[in-house]
Design a protein. Structure first.
Length: 225
């Protein structure tokens, strides 16, 4: 009798980086992100916006892993205790900041503009002009001063490339029909698709079976029963 193999948590983690980000239609925006990473960005701020799942958090996480970078959270803004020696500041979900956090970001933005070589990279679900009506007007204006790019969703072909890449990074070999089936029958949300792939990875390891379409269908059946 074959006993289920213990699936190691390490197989489920993929550290975000600019190298494993699928650019798709976002070439111009990602060229600016690359300049930020190289220390060649000539503006004070880069504002990325787009719907959930287009890769905003992936980009910010990649930058936050670089030396001399600081990931800003609402709590950091609340205390205004950010690292003033950082070269890159990253902040996600700007549209969710409360009034006090908006004021703190306003002051940080002014700090960044006053210190050449320092960059603020922000992300939100909407463009600066469409931030909430009660958003700090002076901050909204400043966020539109520098570079603003919309990140566009990937095509199904791009998403298939992402999933195949994620599988390769885990040392997995997917049969050719697995990814098209996932895109047709599960979801087109990339973060959810990647999550499904992680669970499928665990499922295949536990059963010591290859990642094929029959295994995927079996996993889906088990998940719904």
């Amino acid at each position: 009798m074959i006993h289920p193999q213990l699936a190691l948590p390490l197989s489920l983690s993929n550290e975000p980086s600019l190298h494993n980000f699928i650019v798709g239609q976002n070439g111009e925006a990602m060229a600016q992100v690359t300049e930020v990473a190289r220390g060649e960005f000539s503006h004070a701020a880069l504002y990325l916006w787009g719907a959930a799942g287009v890769g905003k958090t992936h980009v910010l996480s990649s930058l936050a892993l670089l030396p001399h970078s600081a990931w800003l959270t609402p709590q950091v803004l609340d205390g205004q205790n950010y690292d003033e020696t950082a070269r890159i500041y990253v902040l996600d979900n700007v549209h969710l900041l409360d009034a006090a956090q908006q004021k703190a970001l306003f002051h940080l933005y002014n700090h960044v503009r006053a210190h050449k070589g320092t960059v603020l990279v922000l992300a939100a679900d909407v463009a600066p002009a469409h931030l909430p009506v009660d958003f700090l007007p002076d901050l909204k204006t400043r966020l539109a001063w520098d570079l603003v790019y919309q990140l566009h969703a990937l095509t199904d072909e791009d998403k298939a490339q992402v999933l195949q890449q994620r599988a390769q990074e885990r040392g997995l070999s997917l049969s050719a029909d697995v990814v098209p089936y996932m895109l047709r029958h599960l979801t087109r949300d990339l973060s959810q698709l990647n999550n499904f792939l992680q669970h499928l990875d665990t499922y295949s390891l536990e059963r010591q079976r290859a990642l094929t379409l029959p295994l995927l269908k079996e996993w889906l059946h088990d998940e719904h029963n």
